[in-house]
Structure formats: structure tokens, C-alpha cells
Design a protein around this ligand. Structure first.
Ligand code: OSB
Ligand code: MG
Length: 388
């Protein structure tokens, strides 16, 4: 399909739904734990009659990103929605210029941008995965599924961690990511490797270490790890380069890479040998497209990270992860890993033979938002809202 033949959308209305859903297994990281999934679900209503859905992965505390539910609502209501009402958007790559004067606020902007991509794919009667492919290098079409792994939080003991790994391996997950923190690392890796010598294993430190911990972190080299994610500060690139020179385990940046520009710097200083690409962290799928191209040009291994999204955000991430340049297992697990009941259907179910999730056949994100569940989750947020 030629880009000039794509059908546009005109934005008629935008509705925000702040929601909370209880996690089936909360994720404890080095920066904390949140009991419920919270998000701002963005609904873009178009003159063409299609509705686009997106998810802004804001949290209660500014512990991973700097945004919260209230900053997200504020930026959307006061600055983003007024700039979009009545606007015609020919194709998704025309979107960022509309928000040129809303700087930062990546998680929030990623939510609205995802809704616009979904609406554009739907008005063109395409799966979002195929709409993404229009902007990718020649031959980069969706594989219809993505290889995935599962992320396991900090537990009270190695034994408890092994029980969870047992369950996930039995479900068919072929790549395990363990959250680590200072004091919860070498012993954990040793214990897991003793029982699972061959499983694809990686660790995520969420910025808990400092460069002076290099000697300590080097001990992890003996455990044949796929990678260590974001050991040093959330804003740092330079010292990750210094650390990588001292370690064999590949460093994979997460928090530090907020744009293509950051990635170029990281490549220059040897700070990242693999990239975790989170659409929300980089401010939306347009930046993801640029980063995807940069990874291909530099032969940098790439996977899609997660923010424990609801089915809405996860469907979009999965569509992106189904592109062939995403060549390592992504943090996009089956619905039951996150929630007893999601707000979109059908549930995502792991293909246990090859540790993949399939891209749904439907147009756009390919899942249906259930209005009654959305309303229920909005009510639950009102009860849980810790700021009032
Ligand atoms: O560091 O990747 C991270 C969730 C919230 C904040 C940070 C991170 C995560 C995850 C989630 O690891 C993985 C998933 O969505 O399955
Ligand atoms: Mg991470």
C-alpha cells in the first residue's frame, strides 16, 4: 500500500478513563511495588466513526518514570486534547508535530499516540501490526506472533523464586527475567542456575547499583546471563559504557533510553549491547519506528519491554513486537500473568510450544474493549485513588 493512499482520521472527541485493576501477582522491583495496575485509557473518537484506544502507563509514584496519574490527566486535559480536537491526521507519522510544544511527558504522550495509531489502522481496515510495517524497512512485515518471556519480581527467598520459575516454565515461558537489587543478586543467580542450567535467564536491576559496584556485578558473568538490564542510574549512559568494558554480560538499557538520540549516544560509548524498547518510555510509536530503524542499521538486538499493561497497551506492544527486527524475547506475557480479569477481550494466551503470543486477526489492536469492565475499573480507581 502506498502511503499517499492511506485514509486519514479527523479527531472528533477524546475521552479519558483512569482505571485500576488488581494484579494477580504484583511485581516488586528495586524501586518498589504497586498493588494495582493503574493507567489512563485514552479513547479517540473520529469523524469517520472508528474509535482508537491507547494506554498511558502512568503510575501512582514517580518511581520508574517521572509521571503520575495526576500529571498524565493534567497534561492530556490542558495541553494535548485541545491541540487535537478537529485535527485531520493523514498518517501516523504526521502526529508528533501536533504535540511539538508539549515536551517530555513520554508515558502520557505514548497513550494518546497509541490511540491515534489504532484509529488510523482501523480506518484503513488493517491490523496495527501491518500498519506499523508500512513505515519499516522493505521486507519487514509482521510475523503474526512475537516470542515472549516473563518478568518475576523480588521474592522473600530463592526457594520462593524457584517455585514461581517452576510454574512459569511449566506454562511454557522460555525466557525468565528476574528483578534484582543490591543484596539480592549473586545468590539468586547461583540458586536459579543450579536448578535451571540452560533456561534463558536475565536480570533487571532498575538502576539500583553504582559504578563502584563493578567488582561485585562482575561475579554475575559466571551465570551465562542473556543480559543485565539497567544496572546504573536511570539518567546515566556514560557510566554504563564504563561498566560494560569491565563485564562480559551484555548490558541492556531500559530507563536511560528515552529517544533515538539517547540510543545513538549509548551506541557511541558502548553502553548498550541490547535494547529494551518501551513505547511508553520513548513517548510513542513514532519514536519506536525511528529506534527500530536505528537498531537495524547498527545490528543491535532489540526487544519490546512492558509496563504491565492492560490488554489495550499490550495488544499494541505485541503488534510492534511481531516485526522481524524485534529479535529477542519481549516482556509481553499472557493475560493471566497480570490480571484475573482484563478490560479487553479476548485474553492473550501463551503458545506453550514456542513461547509466543499471537497477534489477533482483527483490525487495529485487534482486541475489544469491554465497556462494563472499563467502567468497573474506573470505579475501582476512584476507591483506590491514594491522592484524595
Ligand atoms: O523495568 O522493565 C521494567 C514494569 C514496571 C516498571 C518497570 C519495568 C516493568 C517490567 C514489566 O519489568 C514487565 C512486563 O510488563 O511484563
Ligand atoms: Mg527494566
Amino acid at each position: 500500500m502506498l502511503l499517499e493512499n492511506l485514509k486519514p482520521i479527523t479527531v472528533k472527541a477524546i475521552h479519558l478513563h483512569t482505571i485500576a485493576i488488581p494484579y494477580s501477582e504484583p511485581l516488586r522491583t528495586s524501586f518498589g511495588i504497586e498493588p494495582d495496575k493503574v493507567a489512563i485509557i485514552v479513547e479517540v473518537v473520529t469523524e469517520e466513526g472508528v474509535i482508537g484506544w491507547g494506554e498511558a502507563s502512568v503510575e501512582i509514584e514517580p518511581g520508574y518514570g517521572s509521571e503520575t496519574v495526576l500529571t498524565g490527566e493534567h497534561i492530556l486535559t490542558e495541553f494535548i486534547i485541545p491541540r487535537l480536537i478537529g485535527k485531520t491526521i493523514e498518517k501516523a507519522t504526521d502526529f508528533p508535530k501536533l504535540l511539538r510544544l508539549v515536551r517530555g511527558n513520554h508515558h502520557t504522550k505514548a497513550g494518546i499516540e497509541a490511540a491515534v495509531w489504532d484509529a488510523l489502522a482501523k480506518v484503513n481496515e488493517m491490523r496495527l501490526a501491518d500498519y506499523f510495517a508500512l513505515f519499516m524497512p522493505d521486507g519487514h512485515t509482521s510475523e503474526g506472533k512475537a516470542t515472549v518471556g516473563v518478568s518475576i519480581g523480588i521474592q522473600s527467598s530463592v526457594e520462593n523464586t524457584l517455585e514461581i520459575i517452576d510454574k512459569r516454565v511449566a506454562q511454557g515461558y522460555q525466557r525468565i527475567k528476574l528483578k534484582i537489587a543490591r543484596g539480592w543478586d549473586v545468590e539468586l543467580a547461583a540458586g536459579v542456575r543450579e536448578k535451571y542450567p540452560d533456561v534463558l535467564l536475565m536480570l533487571d536491576a532498575n538502576s539500583d547499583y553504582r559504578l563502584k559496584d563493578a567488582e561485585h556485578l562482575k561475579q554475575l558473568d559466571q551465570y551465562n546471563l542473556l543480559m543485565i538490564e539497567q544496572p546504573l542510574a536511570y539518567y546515566d549512559i556514560y557510566e554504563h559504557g564504563l561498566l560494560q568494558k569491565q563485564m562480559n554480560t551484555p548490558i541492556c538499557l531500559d530507563e536511560s533510553i528515552k529517544s533515538t538520540n539517547d540510543l545513538q549516544i549509548a551506541l557511541q560509548v558502548g553502553a548498550t549491547r541490547i535494547l529494551n524498547l518501551k513505547p511508553s518510555r520513548v513517548g510513542g510509536f513514532n519514536e519506536c519506528v525511528k529506534i527500530y530503524h536505528t537498531c537495524i542499521e547498527n545490528e543491535l538486538p532489540l526487544w519490546v519491554g512492558g509496563m504491565l499493561e492492560t490488554g489495550i497497551g499490550r495488544a499494541a506492544n505485541l503488534a510492534f513486537a511481531s516485526l522481524p527486527g524485534v529479535n529477542m524475547p519481549s516482556d509481553i506475557s499472557a493475560t493471566d500473568r497480570y490480571f484475573k480479569q482484563d478490560i479487553a477481550t479476548p485474553d492473550f494466551v501463551l503458545n506453550s510450544d514456542d513461547s509466543t503470543l499471537s497477534v489477533p486477526d482483527g483490525i487495529g489492536i485487534g482486541v475489544e474493549v469491554q465497556r462494563d469492565r472499563l467502567e468497573q475499573a474506573a470505579q475501582f480507581w476512584k476507591q483506590q485513588n491514594p491522592y484524595q
